[in-house]
Design a protein around this ligand. Structure first.
Ligand code: PGA
Length: 268
């Protein structure tokens, strides 16, 4: 097994969940209450959730600590206009969102978001002071043809085109191989993940110089309390991005605890 990089220990740990098309406002409010308690126990961990758009406005009145971010699962690249059904960055700011995710595989595949669209979204999110979580990852077919690196390089180059290096502290990357995401997918091994994470790190440095070293890279795709320890032990990821296994507070906490105990053994 590969060992993780020494920089691992000095980085903050990021841990978040994408709720996808699940949960009512009352359910998300209860989850935020749980997150606040968890954030107090783990002050060194940056926690975040991405609930559905409809619940965001119902969370504005809940004060939250700096290590809890609430974000949206997507946004349109325009501020306003004739885009029926879409939500813009100013609207997300209006409901107090800290963060927006762009480029989730389900958006790329099911809603045909292109890299050019994602680039426009990212630049507009920055204009409105939102943090950005950019998801990148190859399909099974791309991996099968040996084009994982080309895929990741293209995604990063186009999606981050024109990204102001002064705003790099507002960027996180999630490496999510499409074949490892969601129900019925295949769990990735650390040996499959680590070369891709290192490649992403190399591209970030190529794009932004040494500052590229500071951008958090998270792993996502069928992460759960049972499999997360090797991901922490044997890859250089800065955090985990979890779907199904973290939709309930108990699940969220058990994956977080397992990840942190693995991290403890890595850093001690
Ligand atoms: P999963 O979802 O953990 O349920 O595979 C991950 C994701 O879609 O981001």
């Amino acid at each position: 097994m590969m060992s993780c990089t020494p920089s691992h220990s000095s980085r903050p740990f990021y841990f978040g969940s994408n709720f996808k098309m699940h949960k009512t406002t009352a359910e998300v409010r209860a989850f935020v209450a749980f997150l606040k308690e968890t954030a107090a126990v783990y002050p060194g961990v940056q926690l975040f959730i991405l609930p559905p758009f409809t619940t965001l406005g119902g969370l504005v009145d809940i004060p939250r600590p700096a290590n809890v971010w609430i974000g949206a699962q997507d946004m349109h690249w325009a501020d306003s206009g004739a885009y029926t059904g879409a939500i813009s960055a100013p609207m997300l700011r209006d409901v107090g969102a800290d963060l927006v995710m762009v480029g989730h595989a389900e958006r790329r595949v099911l809603f045909y978001d292109t890299d050019q669209d994602l680039n426009k979204k990212i630049l507009n999110a920055l204009r409105h002071d939102l943090r950005v979580l950019l998801c990148v990852g190859e399909t099974a077919e791309q991996r099968g043809y040996g084009t994982t690196e080309e895929t990741l390089a293209t995604q990063l180059r186009i999606d981050l085109h024109g990204f102001d290096p002064r705003a790099l502290d507002r960027l996180m990357i999630a490496y999510e191989p499409v074949w490892a995401i969601g129900e019925g997918s295949q769990e990735a091994t650390p040996a499959e993940i680590e070369p891709a994470v290192q490649f992403i790190r190399g591209r970030l440095v190529a794009l932004f110089g040494e500052a590229g070293q500071t951008i958090p890279i998270l792993y996502g795709g069928s992460v759960n309390a049972q499999n997360c320890m090797p991901y922490i032990h044997s890859t250089s990821v800065d955090g985990l991005f979890v779907g199904r296994a973290a939709w309930q507070p108990e699940g969220f906490l058990s994956v977080l605890k397992a990840a942190l105990s693995a991290r403890q053994t890595v850093t001690s």
